[in-house]
Design a protein around this ligand. Structure first.
Ligand code: ZN
Ligand code: ZN
Length: 152
């Protein structure tokens, strides 16, 4: 499954990234934008290796550039970094708020949206801390693993 990102959002995010790079006084290299384009084509969650493999087939970029660019995209809030499985970082576009249901047996990650939870988060206030986003992982067993375990 590919993340659906329409061209209007892409343009908007490209512009935001360009501004951000400029504000950091870094060069706007074509590689950085090629990486951003590839980010739009990824599955909902992806890791650096998946992204690198995908880019490598078309562009000559080094892994460090991919890594740095992804970090920059996190810094300017286009991407979010999550730890979903075995401490491996997974990234996704930060355009919406959802919970991750993670199967302890097969590692499958499902996203769920819960309005009540979102409202609750918006009301939360923390002393001397300004929250920017929340990453919530709920661990358990997916339905197919539950079925398999019943059969065994
Ligand atoms: Zn499972
Ligand atoms: Zn997610």
């Amino acid at each position: 499954m590919k993340a659906k990102v329409d061209s209007e959002i892409k343009e908007h995010l490209r512009g935001r990234f360009a501004e951000f790079i400029k504000s950091k006084r870094m060069r706007q290299t074509p590689e950085r934008f090629a990486i951003l384009d590839k980010v739009f084509e990824q599955r909902v969650h992806f890791d650096i290796d998946e992204l690198y493999r995908d880019i490598e087939s078309e562009y000559r970029v080094c892994r460090a550039t991919v890594y740095n660019t992804v970090e920059l995209l996190c810094e300017c809030n286009i991407l979010r970094k999550h730890y979903l499985n075995e401490n491996q970082a997974a990234y996704e576009l930060s355009d919406d708020r959802h919970l991750h249901l993670i199967c302890l047996n097969c590692g499958k990650v499902r996203e769920v949206r819960d309005e009540g939870f979102n409202e609750c988060f918006e009301k939360m206030k923390f002393r001397q801390f300004k929250a920017s986003f929340i990453s919530t992982n709920i661990y358990g067993l997916c339905s197919s693993c539950t079925r398999k375990m019943k059969k065994e």
